[in-house]
Structures are given as structure tokens and as C-alpha cells.
Design a protein around this ligand. Structure first.
Ligand code: FES
Length: 157
């Protein structure tokens, strides 16, 4: 992140370290992750130990310390989804995107993740693309959704 951009964020929060969480959220929203260089600059500007910033940055799942794709693709691999074919969906997506869970495509379009049960087991197997739930998923349907060729009718929120 450019220093001028960071400066603008810090100004919005009056350079107060009690706003650290909100500052990190703003950086994450702009960059889609928390770049190390920006966190180092932030530590300097707020006169905080870098370790304190990292502690917060690693505590919340919403933050990522590695670059994330424009689209977040999450496959639920909890028990109900697993018995209904989640592994096949994951395998299809891994082959299509050529990445493993936790990785991002080199063009930074997609990040693939797995999660354990989102409490919507009736929709199993469940695929989430950019916070949109797509239930009763199939590998082929997952590919169509990814390519924007199909609109899922069973999506919740
Ligand atoms: S196991 Fe996937 S939503 Fe519960």
C-alpha cells in the first residue's frame, strides 16, 4: 500500500492506536490482505510494537497476511457436506484453478479455502463464492458458477 493511502486511513482515525482494528480492516478492504511492509509502516507511525499488530492481524479470520484473490471460493468439508460429495467439488475446483486450499491463483483472481460446517447442513454440499451460499452443489455446477455461467437458485446469505 502506498504511504499516502496509509496516511489517509490514519488521518481518518486520528492516529489513535485504539482504532487499530478499524485501521487494519480498512487496509484489508483496500489490499485484500495485510501487506507486511504496510504493517511495518503502521507500527512506526503509531509507535507500536509490530508484534502487537501481528497478534491482532492473526487473531481474526477476516484478515489475511498473504495476498488473496478478487474472489474467495470456499468449499465446506464438514461431515454433512463431506458425505454428500464435498471432496469431489474440491477436487474439481483444485484442478480448474490449479491451486490447493489456502492458495491464490497467480493472477490473484481466486483464493480457494475449505471450512468445517457453516451450520447450513440441509444445503449440503455447500459452496460459497464471495459470501454467497450455493447449496446442493455438484462439481460441474461449481465450474459454471465460477465462470458466471449459472445463477444458483438455492443460495442463501
Ligand atoms: S457440514 Fe457443510 S454446512 Fe454443515
Amino acid at each position: 500500500m502506498e504511504n499516502t493511502q496509509l496516511e489517509k486511513i490514519l488521518k481518518n482515525y486520528q492516529y489513535q492506536d485504539f482504532n487499530l482494528l478499524a485501521i487494519l480492516q480498512d487496509i484489508q478492504a483496500i489490499e485484500n490482505y495485510l501487506p507486511r511492509g504496510t504493517l511495518e509502516e503502521l507500527a512506526k507511525r503509531l509507535d507500536l510494537p509490530l508484534a502487537r499488530i501481528y497478534k491482532l492481524a492473526t487473531f481474526y479470520r477476516a484478515f489475511s497476511l498473504t495476498p488473496r484473490g478478487r474472489h474467495l471460493v470456499t468449499v465446506c468439508t464438514g461431515t454433512a457436506c463431506h458425505v454428500r460429495g464435498a471432496a469431489l467439488i474440491l477436487d474439481t475446483l483444485e484442478r480448474e484453478l490449479e491451486i490447493k486450499p489456502g492458495e491464490t491463483t497467480p493472477d490473484r483472481e481466486y483464493t480457494l479455502e475449505t471450512v468445517n460446517c457453516l451450520g447450513s447442513c440441509a444445503l449440503a454440499p455447500l459452496l460459497i463464492i464471495d459470501s454467497k451460499y450455493h447449496g446442493k452443489m455438484l462439481g460441474t455446477k461449481a465450474l459454471s458458477l465460477l465462470k458466471g455461467e449459472e445463477k444458483d437458485v438455492s443460495e442463501g446469505s
